[in-house]
Design a protein around this ligand. Structure first.
Ligand SMILES: [Cu+2]
Length: 459
């Protein structure tokens, strides 16, 4: 884009010159445009796949073009424990080559401890979001396409018991609202956006959970867990410190509890391996400038496995330093938690602290571990030989390259009268946002195609 900008600055001179000169210059420019662009490091990198034709082990690949002209492509399957598992997730920005973003994305645990201390469940490892718990979808649950896959009746089907093809995945294109609006003296640029939304419903006890992944036309990935169904009929008391009265008057205190969700995000940005993790922090320096307080921010590399806490103005990113966008910036994705309820997984109590930046009680907002196909669950990991959970996985502080991020997002549920009945859906989740994946927004309107950096007329 820098080359394009410098040509633009030539335009007034060309207009002012003699007609024959401008014709010659224009001819040169046409020839230049017809030549293939010099290959960028991204084009040369063999790990960036030349097309998003993914091969999937179980189901046909999903592919969806959005209003921005960008395309998402990926594989999907249903795991007996984790439910919906998305694999080989590619984003193709409008007019550009596909970029592999994630090797895999799924939930890694959902525990629901009750505030009285009398009950706790680990829904993913004891019941599971797949198998008989994943619901067949009907029209009210899915206005888009309902996709079938084989679902065993018992566990993963290894013990027999049969199964059947059922429509369990919803693929929808949803309105994402206003993508941008920007008016100036030459006019107003405005566009809406559409997003690809994939969802499943899993019934676990009295709760019914919606696993929802929203792939934005802008390259963003939003993971959400929605909870509906009904309050557990067994979990009522009379202590206001542990519940909220949902019956008439001072009766029927539904016990408060937490929905502690941890997602497992296995990165493959620009190809598997070679991923670098960084934490960004910014803080006021204490100095005050002529108009405002000074704030300083910057990146710190997280070279090894460990955990990290949320803090004001803090975020993390996973970078592939070998793959550059057209601005010569390394491509990356940012992990954004928004405001969430912090928690400590019940099974992590025995641990004394995180390996890197975690607080003393073992809780974390995000954890980074080196990928291991045996390390699938944040707690109660089924194959104990490689550790019981995230804190075990991170304990040897291995160097990070093939990175898995564990994202912990809690929801402390204090019931209210409106939760009966059925309960209105409540949501918790996080967003992965592209940072410098492309040199500009993926779909600039033609009038803004040359805006990349400080506008030339203000320099
Ligand atoms: Cu709840």
């Amino acid at each position: 884009m820098r080359e394009v900008s410098s040509k633009r600055r030539l335009v007034p001179a060309i207009v002012a010159a003699a007609a024959i000169v401008s014709l010659v210059v224009a001819a040169i420019m046409v020839v230049e445009q017809a030549l293939p662009a010099a290959p960028s490091p991204r084009d040369e990198d063999p790990r960036v796949q030349g097309s998003a034709h993914v091969k999937c082990a179980e189901n046909e690949p999903l592919a969806q073009e959005l209003l921005s002209g960008s395309v998402w492509t990926m594989c999907w399957r249903v795991d007996a424990s984790r439910g919906l598992v998305l694999e080989d997730v590619h984003f193709t920005p409008a007019g550009a080559d596909p970029v592999l973003v994630l090797a895999e994305l799924s939930i890694g645990q959902l525990e629901v401890p009750y505030d009285t201390g009398l009950r706790n469940t680990e829904d993913i490892t004891t019941q599971g979001f797949g198998g008989s718990h994943i619901m067949t979808l009907t029209e009210p649950e899915c206005l888009g396409e309902r996709l079938e896959t084989y679902v065993p009746k018992i566990g993963d089907g290894a013990m027999g018991g049969g199964g059947q093809d059922r429509a369990v995945l919803c693929q929808e294109v949803v309105d994402g609202g206003i993508a941008y609006r920007s008016g100036d003296t030459t006019g107003t640029e405005v566009a809406r956006r559409t997003d690809l939304r994939l969802s499943t419903i899993s019934k676990v006890g009295w709760y019914e959970y919606v696993s929802q992944y929203t792939f934005g036309g802008d390259g963003s990935i939003r993971s959400d867990l929605g909870a509906t169904g009904d309050l557990s009929p067994e979990d009522y008391g009379d202590d206001p410190a542990h519940g909220w009265p949902v019956g008439p008057g001072d009766t029927d205190y539904a016990t408060s509890h937490s929905h502690n969700a941890v997602w497992r995000v296995h990165w493959a940005l620009g190809g598997r391996g070679g991923q670098v993790v960084e934490q960004y922090d910014a803080a006021p320096t204490g100095e005050v400038g002529p108009r405002a307080p000074l704030v300083e921010g910057g990146l710190t590399r997280i070279p090894r496995e460990g955990t990290a806490q949320a803090a004001d103005r803090r975020w993390w990113r996973v970078v592939n330093p070998e793959v550059l966008n057209a601005d010569q910036h390394p491509i990356s994705y940012q992990i954004e938690l928004g405001a969430t309820t912090p928690f400590q997984l019940t099974q992590d109590h025995e641990h004394t602290g995180g390996a890197d930046g975690g607080d003393s009680d073992g809780g974390y907002a995000v954890a980074f571990t080196e990928a291991d196909d045996c390390q699938l669950y944040a707690t109660a990991n089924k194959d104990g030989s490689c550790g019981a959970g995230v804190l075990d996985f991170a304990q040897d502080e291995a160097e990070l390259s093939d990175v898995v991020t564990w994202v912990a997002v809690g929801f402390h549920h204090v019931a209210r009268d409106e939760d009966q009945s059925p309960m209105e859906m409540h949501w918790q989740g996080f967003t992965l946002t592209p940072r410098d994946l492309t040199a500009q927004r993926v779909d600039p309107p033609s009038a803004r195609e040359d805006v990349n950096g400080r506008p030339a007329d203000t320099r």
